[in-house]
Design a protein around this ligand. Sequence first.
Ligand SMILES: [Zn+2]
Length: 76
Amino acid sequence: MDRVEEGPDGEWKVRMVSGGGSEKVYRCPGCDQEIRPGLPHLVSWPNWTGGEGERRHWHTACWRKRTDRGPGRSRY
Ligand SMILES: [Zn+2]
């Protein structure tokens, strides 16, 4: 199940990932640290046609924090 989140940086589709069954290590754009295999996290991408190509894996907490920096700052 995907949901749509609206933020100061636009609309995003967000999908929770249980982390089970994946051997891949992703790098979180929020903290630049690895997301280890098996760790529950989320995937987000811009909510427009073709946005799925921009998918990013985030720690759940980093995704929540990304908009705390206020408007006019970097999207990350
Ligand atoms: Zn992170």
